[in-house]
Design a protein around this ligand. Structure first.
Ligand SMILES: [Zn+2]
Length: 116
């Protein structure tokens, strides 16, 4: 699963969370002596260099870093399932995690690290 709206292609590079995030954004407001009023409804802007913090793990970076997040192990398994033609595969993320041999993945990761 991935984000498709305001957070399209954004994901925490540390924990893989898809939302929510705190993003440093700019907004235009009309200012009075006793307060402010937002005048461009929905016009809250940020860019690739804006600071973003993951609510789940508090990892802080730029939006660019979160947009370029590598796939998580779960994403990788889903890509493999799709590549193997498991169309219509409807298991939940939790069911996939239960079915994965995590020790096998750790062994593969350790081997790749050793080879570097
Ligand atoms: Zn996170």
């Amino acid at each position: 699963m991935s984000n498709e709206n305001c957070l399209a292609d954004i994901k925490c590079p540390k924990c893989g969370a898809l939302e929510p995030f705190c993003i440093e954004a700019t907004v235009v407001v009309r200012v009075y002596d006793d307060g402010t009023e937002q005048i461009n409804s929905g016009g809250i802007d940020w860019n690739d260099d804006s600071v973003i913090v993951c609510d789940a793990c508090e990892f802080m970076g730029t939006v660019k870093q979160f947009a370029a997040a590598p796939p998580t192990a779960l994403d990788a398994v889903k890509m493999v399932l799709a590549a193997c033609g498991w169309e219509g595969y409807t298991a939940s993320d939790a069911e996939i995690c239960d079915a994965i041999d995590w020790q096998l993945l750790r062994d593969v990761a350790a081997r790749e690290t050793t080879n570097e």
